[in-house]
Design a protein around this ligand. Sequence first.
Ligand code: GRF
Length: 202
Amino acid sequence: MKKSVSIGIFASGNGSNAESIIRACEENTLPAHVSVIISNHPDAKVLQRAQQHGIPAFVVNRKDFPDGIKFAGRLADILESHGVDLILLAGYLRKLPPAITRRWRQAVLNIHPALLPKHGGKGMYGIRVHQSVLDHSDPFTGVTVHFVNEKYDEGDIFLQSETIPVNGNDTAESLASRVLKVEHRIYPEAVKQWIDIYYNDR
Ligand code: GRF
């Protein structure tokens, strides 16, 4: 019998993408379970979601550690002790330490609310991404799931959504809410494909 993949989610805020992954696991759409959630913000809504679903959650903030090595060590301890196979970043606004991306090579994914390589990079998150799409008069946008390496939004692209048309009357907010709906479908789909390609062969 195939093993259930253990997923660790990093999120800084609302956590609606985390919720879509949790639900896909609970509904058995994914042969996986979310075993731990890590946030850098004690008041992030994702922590309430974790509690509602009975998922262990931890707040780990770089500022509370004297150096990057101890910070990475704490993250690695949590991930190892929950047997994490796959790390998902879902609105996580910090960089993961290189020790983590090296240890979980090809097993860290991020979701970005635009069609990378456009509208990505340092500082390009949240509403700024959608404003950038409008500022460039792009006719369409979309969603990208990519591997995470040491540089923001520069890991190999794993999966992109269909294109999402930008309407003449769109604001950054209206675009964000349309794109978010697609994110909630694409991220579980990407995880399913990741499991097929990188996990079931082990
Ligand atoms: C999403 O738009 C995601 O693509 C980006 O951050 C946002 C997080 O939203 N990386 P939520 O916290 O999952 O609701």
